[in-house]
Ligand binder design. Structure first.
Ligand code: HEM
Length: 84
């Protein structure tokens, strides 16, 4: 089962071996289609996400931390299908 929370501490900590989720490999045999595949994935995600409305949940607590202002208690959002 896909568990997105496994990536909470970064991709290198998401599996037992730090390189287990190196989807396109690395080094001299790295996938030459990586940029194309990532572009295609972003295009597909854009088409899917456009079919939903997104708003901040009332559970959200404003508490930015770290240099990148990461939300300390997450970013709960309310997602609704637009039926387009
Ligand atoms: C989600 C999509 C993709 C994934 C996860 C993926 C993953 C990989 C991985 C892991 C390798 C290394 C294999 C090895 O160690 O020998 C590889 C190699 C390669 N991939 Fe992909 N790939 C993807 C899409 C593509 C696309 C779209 C193309 C071309 C348009 C492509 C072309 C190649 C080629 C030609 C190699 C051989 C590179 C070499 O050995 O010099 N891949 N891919």
């Amino acid at each position: 089962m896909f568990n997105p929370l496994r990536f909470t501490d970064g991709v290198s900590k998401a599996a037992k071996h730090p390189n287990a989720l190196l989807a396109f490999s690395a080094g001299p045999r790295v996938c030459i289609g990586q940029n194309l595949a990532m572009l295609e994935a972003k295009t597909a995600m854009t088409l899917i996400l456009q079919r939903f409305s997104w708003s901040l949940s009332s559970d959200y607590k404003y508490a930015p931390v770290n240099l990148s202002l990461q939300p300390q208690y997450g970013l709960p959002i309310v997602v609704n299908a637009l039926h387009v």
